[in-house]
Design a binder for this molecule. Sequence first.
Ligand code: FCB
Length: 436
Amino acid sequence: MSDAPSRPSSFAEPGFALPGLGLGVATAATQIEGGNADTNWHRWAAKPGRIADGSTPARAADHWERVGQDIALLGELGVKHYRMGLEWARLEPRPGEFDTAAVAHYRDELTRLRQAGIRPLVTLHHFNNPWWFERVGGWESPSALPTFARYVTRVLEELGDLVDDWVTINEPNVYATKGWLDGQWPPGVTNSFGRTLTVMQVMATAHVQTYQAIHAAFPQAQVGVANHLRVFAPQKRWNPVHQLSATSGRYLFQAALTRAFSQGRFLAPFVQPKGVEPGRYYDFQGINYYTRSSVKGLADGVASHVPVNDLGWEIYPQGLVEVARWTHQHYPGPIWITENGTADAADRFRSRFLYDHLRAIAGSGLPIERFYHWCFTDNFEWAEGEEPRFGLVALDYLTQQRTVRDSGRFYADVIAHGGVTAQAHARWVAGQAYPR
Ligand code: FCB
């Protein structure tokens, strides 16, 4: 970028190098594309009161119409890895009918990315169902697995030659708990523990089948789940009930599910599905990391007197390495941080957040190969709407003008140098502190 440092760079303290770490940014189709795809989220958001600020995914970042501009912007930031999602409802607007224009659109996007030297990581499912799938029961329907398999087969035929890296499913634990326990997301079911488990179980099975399908067609592909992992801490450290909540939250929300999709082993309360053989079903462990939860009972809260972002989520950088270490102990192999970032509308602490998380990675000794910042631009943040600002690039929703934030310039500098220079720290990080 134009404002590369004029003095020679140095990784001397408080800088550090990030050798071998592929740096990129992440997005998801429903959160950035805009337009009127007939998805679970478009229908859900249409009913007032469900999205905090009344927005819908129809506007978002209008990325569908602005692909060229956005790829140019990725190039300007020097990004080499781009995680993007596919909108299943666009590709398959009616059961079994695939839309040739949507296929052509994604082929064009992927081709342009590759021509720009940017390696795509493609997510097949990121909380987004076509409405025709949702209305017959979605992931709870007896036909969920063959229906998803049909979509995957077609995507591989149409786009597979342009993609080497795949995320099968994004955050099955978050998708299931938000939709069937909290009820804040579609389909809006509350307190159904049994149905939450069913959805997780079916999604883990879908992952295993998708992993096999991708490898059957493209043996060299790299495939994984983007697994939402957080640190669970008892609200009162010595309280045995709180300790038990943390242990069971950790087990149910992440450990048992990670075992199921990584190894095809379904421990209680899951049930081993027919036809799923234990094996190794990941080429990388994808981790989405944002925060630490402070738990008591089933409630999941935030500790007092800790740094928090605009959404009140605790900022706990070393947690990224804690969850990555846990993952690596149980599931050795490459780790990709498929999402990490924060809501910071004023861009007051995002650079520090990035610095602290990257620094934790640098000192971890773990085989972390990729880091995808969430998000590239501001976007439609599900039930929170357009209000939270996660972008390295600020978005004016009315004009769709994109403006690179200071944190975006900092990240571009980190990419350009392969690490944080002392100069970059002084310029973008030193003056920032977390809100409490
Ligand atoms: C993750 C989601 C992603 C985004 C971030 C903030 O849980 O995968 O779509 O909403 O949170």
